[in-house]
Design a protein around this ligand. Structure first.
Ligand SMILES: [Zn+2]
Length: 237
């Protein structure tokens, strides 16, 4: 089953990548996958991973990368703030999602399983903890985003890379999705502040809880993509 799931995910990711990256080629030195379009009009491109300067030759419709040079004096920051700062949102956000999922599961189980009632006494605490985790992960992701932009500015000299464009777009998307989820959770319209649970008697509460879970799930996919693409920029392909 996991093999099937991986195949489906890989297929979706590949289609998304083709559309967003266009034609790609692999760096001849580190094998990192780069987009041809990033070379610009002079056909030159610096590999963000290994730092070689590549000239892209068009040979019978194939993009053939030729290594010309190595960027020797690339800034190497001593304090790598961005890789450190990524751990705050990536570490905390899944627990916020888990909190909301537990609250939704508790709300649904309540009418059918009276045995869960004593456990549900802790639901308001879980609802509060979920909000704290959401605020910390989304709030501190601004630091992650800013340090990533700083690195792009300094280390990669603001060069065009599809990977960086994707990361900027997804970072903004994460802030928007996270901000909406925080507003919805804090309003108490989805999960009641008194019980911490979804009010199953109110259709508005059910719909808003579904919206909050959808926002959190979308945020999870976005943050996983950000982490994955960031990892390729550090470790290569
Ligand atoms: Zn390379």
């Amino acid at each position: 089953m996991f093999a099937d799931l991986r195949r489906i995910t890989a297929k979706i990711a590949e289609r998304f990548k083709r559309r967003f990256y266009g034609r790609t080629f692999n760096c001849p030195v580190c094998h990192f996958e780069l987009a041809v379009v990033d070379a610009g009009s002079n056909r030159l491109l610096v590999c963000p991973v290994c730092g070689v300067v590549i000239d892209i030759e068009e040979v019978y419709g194939h993009a053939v990368p030729v290594v010309l040079e190595v960027e020797l004096y690339r800034p190497q920051p001593k304090a790598r703030i961005h890789p450190l700062a990524t751990h705050v949102p990536i570490g905390l956000y899944p627990f916020a999602v888990l909190g909301a999922v537990l609250l939704a599961a508790g709300s649904l189980a309540r009418p059918f399983l009276p045995a869960v009632e004593p456990l549900l006494a802790r639901a308001p605490m879980i609802a509060d903890a979920t909000l704290v985790l959401l605020v910390l992960s989304v709030g501190l992701s601004i630091l992650t985003f800013a340090s990533g932009l700083w690195d792009w500015n300094r280390r990669y000299r603001r060069r065009s890379y599809r990977q960086i464009r994707l990361k900027i777009a997804f970072s903004i998307l994460f802030l928007v999705l996270g901000g909406l989820a925080i507003a919805l959770h804090a309003s108490g319209a989805a999960f009641s502040p008194a019980s911490g649970l979804i009010d199953l008697g109110s259709p508005a509460s059910i719909v808003l809880a579904i919206v909050e879970l959808a926002l959190l799930s979308a945020g999870m996919a976005v943050i996983a993509t950000l982490g994955h693409v960031g990892g390729t920029l550090v470790f290569g392909k």
